[in-house]
Design a protein around this ligand. Structure first.
Ligand SMILES: Nc1ncnc2c1ncn2[C@@H]1O[C@H](COP(=O)(O)OP(=O)(O)OP(=O)(O)O)[C@@H](O)[C@H]1O
Ligand SMILES: [Mg+2]
Length: 282
């Protein structure tokens, strides 16, 4: 069996042994029922098509990475999962997205509730100009939580969950804007997990960070997948190989291939995927 990794990509030993754990499994098979199911999804911005007939299943409590050249629709698809595209004019969506068997574009869906279940972390950290504490407590306050003890507990748990507590526990009431870039990004993750979403969407969460801060975010993501289903967009092939269980490759608005990360990087079934993961284009 050919086992050649593309030169720029190393798949860590942990990933290898996980992927090898069930040799009888069908290629791309996943152990769990999908949490997110995308079926025949197309999206237009006005006359411009950004996604075309995308069908994809995303399993729970795993990391799924979206890769592909700039403009191929990765962020657009991510935004479909919490209906962020609703905020953009002239968007037309066909097909369906279901989360835990609920079709999220059906008229009876409460979008506020949906966004509580599907949190998002962006490329550029965006803490509010408030204290560290108030950033994390923000969504709870919005949902009417007033009890100080509850707020204190959630703030501590979320900051611990985001691997930031030890660095900030003595200055919880200082401005969040005084934190470093990597700390601000972990604060945004703490803010997102404070309301215990089921799904965390991350759009290039580490692309503005130095290698040490990036490594901390990657460790954190591996830790968070015990509790959350994570979908991450990354331009960094090594990062996708290091942290994701499954990878989906997009090109010009189409899903070209989705598989276990190991298969997608070591034996892609489509030529376009191979060219992209080996750095021949993109
Ligand atoms: N708000 C918008 N209005 C109109 N067109 C948009 C909008 N957002 C994205 N597009 C277009 O949709 C297509 C897909 O964009 P998207 O941002 O999803 O790509 P991407 O894969 O995330 O790219 P990148 O890697 O550069 O972030 C592009 O052609 C883009 O120009
Ligand atoms: Mg994008």
């Amino acid at each position: 069996m050919p086992e050649s990794l593309p030169p720029a990509v190393t798949v860590d030993a942990g990933l290898r042994s996980r992927a090898d754990a069930d040799p009888g499994a069908a290629p791309g098979a996943t152990p769990d029922t999908p949490l997110i199911r995308v079926a025949g999804l197309s999206l237009h911005y006005g006359a411009a098509r950004a996604l075309h007939d995308v069908t994809l299943d995303i399993p729970p409590r795993q990391v799924t990475a979206f890769i592909g050249p700039s403009g191929c629709g990765k962020s657009t698809l991510l935004r479909c999962f919490n209906r962020m595209n609703d905020l953009i004019d002239h968007v037309r969506i066909e097909g369906s997205v279901t989360i835990a068997d609920q079709p999220i574009y059906s008229p009876e869906v409460d979008v506020i509730e949906l966004r509580k279940r599907v949190g998002m972390v962006f490329q550029k950290s965006n803490p509010f100009p408030k204290s560290i504490y108030e950033n994390v407590a923000y969504a709870l306050r919005l949902h009417g939580v007033r009890d100080r003890r509850t707020l204190d507990d959630v703030v501590e748990r979320s900051l611990r969950g985001a691997a930031l507590w030890d660095e900030v526990k003595d200055r919880l009431h200082a401005s969040a804007l005084g934190l470093s870039g990597g700390q601000q990004q972990r604060l945004c993750i703490a803010r997102a997990i404070a309301i215990e979403p089921q799904i965390l969407l991350m759009d290039e969460p580490a692309s503005a960070l130095d290698p040490i801060a990036t490594a901390r975010i990657e460790d954190l993501i591996l830790d968070l997948k015990k509790d959350f289903t994570i979908v991450i967009v990354t331009h960094n092939m090594q990062q996708a190989a290091r942290i994701s269980d499954r990878t989906a490759f997009f090109y010009l608005g189409e899903l070209i291939e989705a598989d276990t990360t190991r298969n997608l990087f070591t034996r892609p079934s489509r030529k376009q995927t191979e060219d992209y993961v080996t750095g021949r284009f993109g």
